[in-house]
Design a protein around this ligand. Structure first.
Ligand code: SF4
Ligand code: FES
Length: 364
């Protein structure tokens, strides 16, 4: 099969992060600093990515600013010809460091927002003073003139702040806001009771986004990931497995999506052992659910199968216990009632405890 190259690469430089958000999309077993790829390893990854046709590099983590060589890595990516987008909490960035990143050629910044006031943001991020620091970083980003996207992850505790988050994006001069309802993988899966939005909240968020999109047309782009446990059809996760995106984890494992390691039986290659282009083209994990041949009914004969690609493989694994099943979010899935029940049950757990992400769960 002739495989088109990926458009975007997500480089998770490190799992280290000063924040400890309870919905972190990193795996529950975090990679320790000693196991991270070196500066030269990453340089090679960027060169290989560009050579195989990758256009955009999303530099993420953890917190990518926790890597002291971040500026060198941005320069290496730009030298390879990649468009560079830094996804950051802002913590660890100084005015001087941002100026250096600008000089190194950084193209775009995506700043995360855990809440629209210090009480919410610092509680969710588990980092006192984080909100004030982030607002300072936002000012520096604006002064340098980086194109800015604001990222707001929503859950039951902060969904009422959506309107204010959209206002803040405008005040900061952002061109885009990414409003994503928490996706239940990794750490968030352990916190479904504390984070699951109610059905009413999900509907209210849909209305707020629709109204804001109409009002701000041409001024602010709003990308939106609705609460999928309350939806009727799934999102086209990763734009289809192994079709447009490739993820490289801090230790060099190459993954089709950030939660792919939750699918038992998949084997992942490492950029330390095998060229990136080979992994993309021939890696067994990438070919496991590429295209549509792997689908079961009802996806196999569904008219939406090239629109949503059967939804999310990791969610099918987590809820249906089968990564080739229809994403249970879909009304046509035999497991759809189960996801509805889970949504109702978890969203009513007002006393549910919250587990913040901790690095020291890492073995070794
Ligand atoms: Fe999408 Fe499969 Fe549902 Fe059809 S049956 S809408 S392809 S998830
Ligand atoms: Fe893995 Fe959706 S998160 S396919």
């Amino acid at each position: 099969m002739q495989v088109q190259p990926p458009i975007a690469m997500l480089a998770e430089l490190t799992h280290r992060c000063p924040l400890s958000c309870p919905y972190c999309s990193n795996p529950v077993e975090l990679t320790a600093r000693e196991a991270e790829l070196s500066t030269d390893d990453w340089r090679s990854v960027f060169q290989q990515g560009a050579a195989m046709g990758v256009l955009q590099l999303h530099i993420s983590g953890g917190e990518p600013a926790s890597r002291r060589d971040l500026t060198d890595l941005v320069r290496a990516a730009r030298d390879s010809g990649l468009y560079t987008n830094l996804i950051t909490s802002g913590i660890g960035l100084t005015e001087k460091r941002l100026a250096e990143l600008d000089a190194a050629g950084l193209d775009h910044v995506q700043l995360s927002l855990q809440g629209t006031d210090a009480a919410m943001a610092d509680r969710i991020g588990g980092y006192k003073g984080g909100y004030d620091r982030k607002m300072m970083v936002a000012k520096w980003i604006g002064a340098i003139g980086f194109p800015l996207t604001l990222n707001f992850v929503m859950h039951r505790g902060n969904m009422h702040q959506l309107g204010r988050a959209i206002e803040m994006a405008q005040e900061m001069g952002a061109r885009r806001i990414e409003v994503a309802t928490v996706q239940f993988h990794g750490w968030a899966m352990q916190n479904r009771g504390a984070l699951m939005p109610t059905r009413e909240q999900a509907a209210e968020a849909n209305r707020t986004v629709a109204e804001a999109r109409a009002r701000l047309k041409g001024r602010l782009v709003i990308d939106y990931v609705p609460a999928d446990y309350h939806a009727d059809y799934p999102k086209p996760c990763m734009g289809g497995w192994a079709s447009t995106g490739i993820n490289v984890a801090p230790d060099g494992l190459v993954l089709p999506c950030h939660a792919a390691q939750t699918i038992k039986g998949l084997e992942f290659d490492n950029v330390r052992d095998r060229p990136l282009a080979d992994i993309w083209q021939d890696g067994s994990a990438f070919n496991a659910y590429r295209g549509t041949d792997w689908m079961q009914e009802p996806c196999r004969s569904c008219e939406r199968k090239t629109i949503d690609f059967g939804g999310c493989r990791c969610q099918a694994m987590a809820i249906a216990g089968d990564p080739t099943a229809t994403d249970p979010v879909c009304v046509k899935s035999p497991d759809h009632a189960r996801i509805r029940d889970l949504a109702a049950d978890f969203s009513g757990q007002d006393e549910a405890p919250m587990t913040w992400r901790v690095m020291d769960k890492t073995p070794g």
